[in-house]
Ligand binder design. Structure first.
Ligand code: SF4
Ligand code: SF4
Length: 493
C-alpha cells in the first residue's frame, strides 16, 4: 500500500492531532485521548480544508475536538488534566524489598536473587522503621506498600511489623492504606495467611500456565511449585470464605510471565486461568531488567514472537467472551481504559512521565532507595545510576528532589521524545528509561522503535483494529469496568 501523502495543510481549523495508518484507514488521536477513524481521502480533505462542514464526518471530528472551535482547547485541556491527575498526587506506590533470599529458582529470575540460607540480605526492623518514616512523608492521600523480594514471605516478621506499625502511624493521618504481597506463596503457613487476610493485605502470585510449564519455569527443589501455589490459594480462599468476604472482591491475583516455553501454546495458558476460575489473565512479557545477558539469551525472545503469541491469546479470550466465559487480559484492560475512558489506571509504565520517583519508590533491603524496582534491579547488577537516596540518612524531600528523579521525568515525557512525539499512541503509551538504559546504554531510546515500543505499538494496533470490528466495541468496553476492591483491601485506620 502506498504511504499517505500529506496535502498542503490548512491548519486554521485543525486542533493538534497525531495520526497512524492502519489496515488502509487513518486513525486520528489527540492529547485528550480521543480518537476518530477516517478513510484516506476524508483525511486528505480534512487536512486540505475541503471536507464538507455540514457532513457527518466533520461533525464527528468536531465532537471529538479535532476541529478548532471556541471551546475546543478548554475541552482538551480539561480532559488532559483528568487523565494526568497522577502528576499531582506524589508517589503512592512504595515497593519494599523485604529480602533478596528466595526458596525457588525461576529460569528467568534476575541477578539479585540469593539462596534461601544466605545471610545479610533481609531488611531489619530498624531499616523498616526508617522506610515507614519516608513513606508517611509522601503527600499522597493513598499509600500502597507492596512487599517484594526475593521471596518476601521469608522475612515475615518484618512484613508483620510494617503492617501493624503502618496502621498505628496512620491513625494520626488517615491516609487510604493498601498493602500488597507479591509472593510465590510456598513459604506461608496458616497463621501467616490468616494475618494477611485479617489485615487486608492483597496477595499476588504467579501462575505461568499448566503444571508442566509452571514447574519448568519456577523450579522448586523436590516439590511442584505449581501444586504449592494452588494449595495456598485454596487456603486463602477458605480464609476469605470463613470471613464471609465477597468472592468477587476477595481473591488471590495471579499473573503469567510469558517465558519462551509458553510461546507455543497461548490457548493452554488461557485455559489454565479459566479452569482455575480466574477472571483476569495478565500476560506479562519477559523483561531484561537485572536478568543478565546469559539468561536473556536463553529465555528471551523478540517482540515479533511475543506479539504473535499475544494476538492468538487475545483472540482466544475474545472468543471465550462470546461464548459467555468471563475473562479479560490485564494489559488490554489497562490500554482500553486509556483509549475508551478518561479514567486514569495510573499504571506506572504506561504514563507520561513514567512512575519513576513521581509515582513510586523502591526500598532495597539495606535501605537504599531507587526510582522504581527495575532501577533497583540494575543496582543489583552493580550500577547504582537509579539510586536516589538511603533511608538511614535521607528524608522524603531529599529523595524526591534527587536529580535522578528529574532526569527520569524528563526522559519519560513521551510528548517530547524523538520517535514518540508524533506517534498516534502518545495518549495511551509510556516509555521506560531503565529499559532504554539496559538495552541501549541511554535513558532515551536511540532507535525510536525498540522491542518495548514494538510490543506496545503492536498491542495498541490489535486493540484499535478489534474495536472497529462489528460487535467487539461493546465486548471490549466491558474490560474497562474493573471492580473497586477497596472495601476488602483498604483501611484508613
Ligand atoms: S513507545 Fe512506541 S508506540 Fe509508544 S508512543 Fe513511543 S513510538 Fe509510539
Ligand atoms: S523507569 Fe521504567 S520501570 Fe521505572 S517506573 Fe519508569 S517505566 Fe516503570
Amino acid at each position: 500500500m502506498k504511504a499517505f501523502r500529506i496535502p498542503e495543510v490548512h491548519s486554521q481549523k485543525l486542533m493538534p492531532l497525531r495520526f497512524r495508518e492502519l489496515d488502509g484507514r487513518v486513525l486520528l488521536t489527540n492529547d485528550a485521548g480521543e480518537h476518530v477513524w477516517l478513510e484516506r481521502d476524508e483525511f486528505g480533505d480534512f487536512l486540505a480544508g475541503t471536507l464538507a462542514e455540514d457532513g457527518p464526518i466533520f461533525g464527528k471530528l468536531q465532537k471529538n475536538n479535532f476541529v478548532r472551535q471556541p471551546d475546543s482547547e478548554k475541552a482538551v485541556m480539561d480532559k488532559l488534566h483528568r487523565r494526568s491527575d497522577h502528576l499531582l498526587q506524589g508517589p503512592n506506590l512504595h515497593i519494599v524489598i523485604l529480602t533478596l533470599r528466595c526458596n525457588q529458582n525461576c529460569v528467568y529470575c534476575h541477578a539479585s536473587r540469593k539462596p534461601q540460607k544466605s545471610k545479610g540480605f533481609d531488611m531489619s526492623i530498624e531499616t523498616a522503621a526508617r522506610v515507614l518514616d519516608v513513606i508517611f512523608q509522601s503527600p499522597s492521600d493513598e499509600l500502597t506498600i507492596e512487599f517484594q523480594g526475593g521471596e518476601p514471605a521469608l522475612n515475615f516478621d518484618v512484613l508483620r511489623y510494617f503492617v501493624e506499625e503502618a496502621y498505628r502511624r496512620n491513625k494520626d493521618v488517615g491516609r487510604q492504606l493498601y498493602f500488597s504481597l507479591v509472593s510465590n506463596l510456598s513459604a506461608l503457613n496458616q497463621e501467616q495467611i490468616d494475618f494477611l487476610v485479617d489485615n487486608g493485605v492483597m496477595v499476588c502470585t504467579s501462575i505461568d500456565g499448566p503444571q508442566e510449564l509452571h514447574d519448568h519455569n519456577r523450579r522448586f527443589s523436590k516439590k511442584s511449585s505449581y501444586l504449592e501455589a494452588l494449595g495456598r490459594i485454596e487456603q486463602f480462599n477458605e480464609a476469605y470464605r470463613k470471613r464471609e468476604l465477597d468472592p468477587e472482591l476477595a481473591y488471590v491475583n495471579a499473573l503469567a510471565t510469558v517465558s519462551r516455553s509458553a510461546l507455543a501454546d497461548p490457548k493452554a495458558l488461557v485455559d489454565e486461568y479459566v479452569r482455575l476460575g480466574h477472571k483476569v489473565v495478565h500476560l506479562r512479557p519477559l523483561n531484561p531488567f537485572g536478568m543478565g545477558l546469559k539468561i536473556w539469551s536463553r529465555e528471551g525472545y523478540t517482540a515479533g514472537e511475543f506479539l504473535k503469541f499475544y494476538e492468538q491469546a487475545l483472540d482466544y479470550i475474545i472468543e471465550l467472551n462470546k461464548q459467555g466465559v468471563e475473562i479479560m487480559e490485564k494489559m488490554a484492560s489497562i490500554m482500553l481504559t486509556r483509549i475508551l475512558t478518561d479514567e486514569n489506571p495510573n499504571y506506572m509504565d504506561l504514563r507520561s512521565p513514567c512512575g519513576a520517583g513521581l509515582g513510586q519508590l523502591a526500598y532495597n533491603h539495606d535501605g537504599r532507595v531507587y526510582t522504581c524496582d527495575e532501577g533497583r534491579m540494575v543496582g543489583a547488577m552493580g550500577d547504582d545510576l537509579f539510586c536516589i537516596g538511603d533511608v538511614h540518612q535521607d528524608g522524603y524531600s531529599d529523595i524526591i528532589q534527587h536529580q535522578g528523579v528529574r532526569t527520569l521525568c524528563v526522559a519519560s515525557c513521551i510528548e517530547g521524545l524523538p520517535g514518540c512525539s508524533d506517534c498516534a499512541y502518545v495518549p495511551y503509551c509510556g516509555v521506560c528509561p531503565v529499559y532504554n538504559y539496559i538495552m541501549e546504554g541511554d535513558l532515551v531510546a536511540r532507535s525510536s522503535s525498540n522491542d518495548r515500543c514494538r510490543i506496545q505499538k503492536g498491542m495498541l494496533d490489535m486493540l484499535f483494529l478489534r474495536l472497529r470490528e462489528p460487535g467487539l466495541h461493546d465486548l471490549l468496553s466491558r474490560w474497562t469496568e474493573t471492580k473497586d476492591r477497596s472495601s476488602v483491601y483498604s483501611r484508613k485506620t
